[in-house]
Design a binder for this molecule. Structure first.
Ligand code: SF4
Ligand code: SF4
Length: 464
């Protein structure tokens, strides 16, 4: 419940900050499901390094699709991430979820991604309710083994989580199943999946046909990524989910320890298709600094800033689908428009985005993607909301503050503090942080959350 409350406050906040709002344009589509593989279809497994068949980028006037190598699934290039569902009165707004899912299916989106960890397990339930109103062969479900808590590391507890996903999603077969967020370290990988027999169990489940495609999502330590891929001959990963966008392509190393370019190219070389998360880097690439945004608008006046990031991701042929957490109908409609069909970036546009990335990387922002994994904070701090405000202030050149002796220092400090108080409710302020460190291990971006919040406390204290 508390989590949803934070979702609401952050959404309102983001709206006030002008993040993530687009125009509503309905795309004309042909039958999006024609040729889509039936659920439970027998798997054909490609060997390492084989080049798969793939559908052209422009298959029709509607949604763009990619063909999954092994199963032949026809997967919409825009995938629906169910991490940030619409909420009302601290509850998921099921009516709105139903409406958005209906719209998505009607306009060709057929890949829906969730996890037992999203919305405290209620995302799977909401997605199950919304999707089960449609024929099962019209959609693909993706969910995860989210056994983050050490108490869930046993085979028995992990199996309970796995079986729970089938019940909540109301399905007999899971189309895409992932080891969730293999992030922290080799020790965590062994503890959660290898030594306890969880991976062996999931491989058996794939053999039995209850899982059609098995993969993992990677958030952090590149040694874990490399190790999992070194197991390809025995495991045969069907897909891998990575964080990729035009900023992380060559500037991922600064906040994490790998560039997306390395991750994508390695998967491409091995013939493993990539599912993309954070194509907008948590909204950062929908909300660029003014100078960068101006340049993009001049180039394509009718397009949103966010559409550039989606087009860039979708232009990579080894991308199976790009996930977007579409909380509002407006954003869903805009994204459907961008992918119906996808207009790939040309060489000039790629060069422009590379320059934009170089300039954005120079801004001293907090690399928060608003993934929400750190929430809820037991003391009520809206962690991603605080970082979104801070980052916006950096983009607007309010931060970093100049030297105290500079004439504009006092005015900029006042503007930062006043805007902060107007944007976030007091219960969510960084001052509420009690340094309990409960959030630290949950952040896939490895942000030192209490330290960063401390900087915000310092900045707001000046004018309180
Ligand atoms: S360290 Fe601060 S922000 Fe993190 S969970 Fe504890 S109180 Fe919340
Ligand atoms: S601080 Fe980390 S865990 Fe929390 S929302 Fe941001 S990226 Fe996600």
């Amino acid at each position: 419940m508390k989590n949803d409350a934070h979702d609401v406050s952050r959404r309102d906040f983001l709206r006030r900050m002008g993040i993530g709002v687009g125009t509503a344009v309905t795309a004309m589509v042909l039958d999006p499901f024609e040729g889509m593989a039936e659920t439970g279809r027998k798997k054909k497994r490609n060997g390492v390094g084989q080049t798969p068949d793939s559908e052209p980028l422009h298959p029709s006037a509607g949604m763009t699709y990619r063909i999954q190598h092994g199963t032949g699934d026809r997967v919409s290039l825009l995938g629906y991430g169910m991490m940030r569902l619409p909420s009302r009165d601290r509850q998921i707004d099921q009516d709105m979820v139903n409406q958005e899912v209906d719209y998505a299916l009607e306009h060709g989106v057929n890949y829906f991604d969730t996890s037992p960890g999203y919305h405290g397990g209620r995302s799977e339930v909401a997605m199950g309710i919304a999707l089960s109103r449609h024929p099962r062969d019209k959609y693909l479900v993706a969910t995860k083994m989210s056994n983050f808590n050490r108490n869930d590391w046993t085979l028995e507890r992990s199996k309970q989580m796995y079986e729970g996903s089938f019940r909540k999603l109301q399905v007999e077969v899971i189309d895409y199943y992932l080891l969730h967020s293999v992030a922290g370290s080799m020790d965590e990988l062994r503890g959660r999946f290898l030594d306890n027999g969880v991976l062996d169990f999931l491989l058996e489940e794939r053999k039995a046909g209850r899982i059609r495609n098995l993969g993992f999502s990677h958030h952090g330590d590149v040694r874990v990524f490399d190790h999992l891929l070194s197991m390809q001959d025995e495991v045969h990963w069907d897909f891998v989910q990575i964080q990729m966008n035009y900023l992380d392509w060559r500037h991922g190393k600064s906040s994490r320890n790998t560039d997306a370019e390395y991750l994508y190219n390695k998967l491409d070389k091995l013939g493993i298709q990539a599912v993309i998360m954070e194509p907008l880097r948590g909204g950062r690439l929908a909300n660029l600094p003014d100078e960068a945004a101006k340049e993009l608008r001049e180039r394509r006046p009718d397009d949103s800033i966010a559409s550039w990031a989606f087009r860039w991701v979708g232009s990579h042929p080894n991308v199976l689908t790009a996930l977007s957490g579409m909380t509002t109908m407006e954003v869903l409609k805009e994204n459907v428009r961008t992918f119906s069909p996808l207009d790939p970036c040309n060489a000039d546009e790629n060069a422009l985005l590379e320059r934009v990335a170089d300039s954005v990387a120079g801004f001293p922002t907090v690399p928060c993607t608003a993934c929400n994994y750190c929430m809820p904070c037991p003391y009520g701090v809206d962690i991603p909301g605080n970082f979104a405000y801070y980052n916006k202030a950096v983009d607007n050149h309010l931060l970093p503050l100049p030297d105290k002796s500079a004439p504009e220092y006092a005015e900029r400090a006042r503007q930062f503090a006043e805007g902060y108080r107007q944007t976030l409710p007091e219960a969510a302020w960084a001052t509420k942080c009690a340094d309990c460190e409960a959030c630290l291990s949950k952040c896939p971006q490895k942000i030192r959350i209490p330290n960063q919040l401390g900087r915000i406390v310092e900045l707001t204290r000046k004018r309180r």
